[in-house]
Design a protein around this ligand. Sequence first.
Ligand SMILES: [Zn+2]
Length: 301
Amino acid sequence: MRFPHHRIAPAWFDALLNAEGLTYRIAHRRAHLCPCQDPRSSGPDPHCPRCGGVGYTWEDVPYVRYEEEVQVPASREEAEGRMSGPTGRVSRAWGRLLEVVGPLGPVTGARLEEDYLVLPPGSPAPATYRVIYEAPLQGRGHAQSVRMSRKWAERGEVQVGDLVLTVPRRGPDGDNPAWDALPHDQIVLLDHAHRVEQRMVRGVKEVLTHPWVRELLRARALVGGQEVLYLPGEDFQVADGRVVWEAGRGPAPRTPYVLEYVAAPTYYVLEDLGQRRHIEGYDLPRRFYLRLFDAYPGRGR
Ligand SMILES: [Zn+2]
C-alpha cells in the first residue's frame, strides 16, 4: 500500500482504527507469572490456589468514570404507551450507570441495557441527557479472522477462532490499553457474543473460561444415567467468574457437568506481530495474533 504523503499516514491509521462499525471495543488484561513452582519440574504447581496450575494470573480491568451527553430521540415505544421510556446510546461497552441529568434535573429510574440508556416512561424526548457512568477501561481494534486470510492459513497450526488484531496507539480516551500487550496477556472482545459450552466438575473445576458473561443459559449433568437441567437464578449463579450453587441445589460434589452461557470472548496473545513499519518516531498500530482462551496451555487440567 502506498500513501500520497507519508506524514499523513499515521494519523489516518489511528482514525481508521477507531472508527465505529469497522472496529470493536476491546479490554486488555496484563498477564503476570505466578510465583508458584512444582518441586518436581520447572513448571507451575498444579495445585496452586492462586493460579490453579495455569502458571499465570491476569490483572483486573480497571473501571473508569465516563461522562457524556446523550441525544435521546422521540420514542416510538413512548408513543405506543409501552412501559419503557425513550432510549439513547452511550459510547462505551459494559457500563454501570451512576447518574443521569435531563432537562428537568436528575432522573431516577433510568438504567443501562447493553449500550442503551433507558429512561423511565414520561421522560422528555427529544432531549439531551448528561450521563455519568463507569465502564471497563477500553480501546478499539480491528479484528480479522485468520481463517479468512490465505497468508495465515498457509502458515499451518491455525485454530478456529484465531484472530489478527490491529491496535492503534491512541483512541478517544487517550492511549489504547492494548497497544503494548505482550504474549500471554488477555484481550476481551467486548462487543462480541460467544456461545460457550464448558466442561466443569462440581467443587473441583468451576472457573469460567470466558468470565465476561452476557447471559447464563443452563447447566447439564448426568444423574443416574439421566440428563438433568439446572437453571441460573434458581439452582446456581456466577460470582467472580466462578459457578456458585444455591444451597441444596445442583449435582453432587465431584459430578461433571456442562455449563452453557454467552459471553464476550476472552482471547490470549499468542504472538506479538509487531508494527508494520516505523515512521519518524510515530507510534504506528501494532498487530497481535490472538487465540481463544479455551486453548491456553494448562486449561482443562
Ligand atoms: Zn500458581
